[in-house]
Design a protein around this ligand. Structure first.
Ligand code: SF4
Ligand code: SF4
Length: 134
């Protein structure tokens, strides 16, 4: 069976590698990053699976919440036996979305300003601002 990658998949892989500075193919799918991630339970897809989708050029990865949920704590990056900086790859994926004006939370929305800002911890608000589009 011949495995082909779409143009969009190739572009995604190239862009994520450019932004992160990481060689995505260094990952050999041991799963250690996912096993040590403190917020994996809130993710649609575990970090190692996200990396696998980027490796195979599957643009479905952009529909997962994983890279938005990632708290950039660098636990995975510190523990990866292949020295893959997974946190940088997550940042790369966020940037792919942000460059297309697709943010996870609209911090200027009525709902955010009138309701959520009262309920969300300050750290989460700072994180949302970091991840939002100006
Ligand atoms: S810990 Fe490193 S090598 Fe293992 S799955 Fe995660 S990124 Fe890949
Ligand atoms: S950097 Fe992100 S993916 Fe890695 S362990 Fe921390 S929260 Fe999980």
């Amino acid at each position: 069976m011949v495995f082909t990658v779409s143009e969009k998949g190739l572009e995604l892989r190239k862009t994520v590698e450019e932004i992160s500075g990481e060689n995505i193919f260094k990952c050999y799918q041991c799963g250690k990053c996912s096993a040590t991630c403190p917020v994996v339970d809130s993710m649609d897809m575990a970090p190692n699976k996200v990396i696998r989708l980027v490796q195979t050029g599957d643009v479905e990865v952009l529909n997962q919440n994983t890279f938005w949920v990632c708290a950039a704590c660098f636990t995975c990056s510190a523990r990866c036996p292949r020295s893959v900086d997974i946190a940088k790859i997550m940042e790369g994926l966020r940037n792919v979305k942000l460059r297309n004006k697709q943010d996870f939370i609209n911090i200027y929305s009525k709902e955010f300003i009138e309701k959520l800002i009262e309920e969300i911890p300050q750290m989460a608000i700072v994180s949302a601002i970091k991840k939002g589009v100006w």
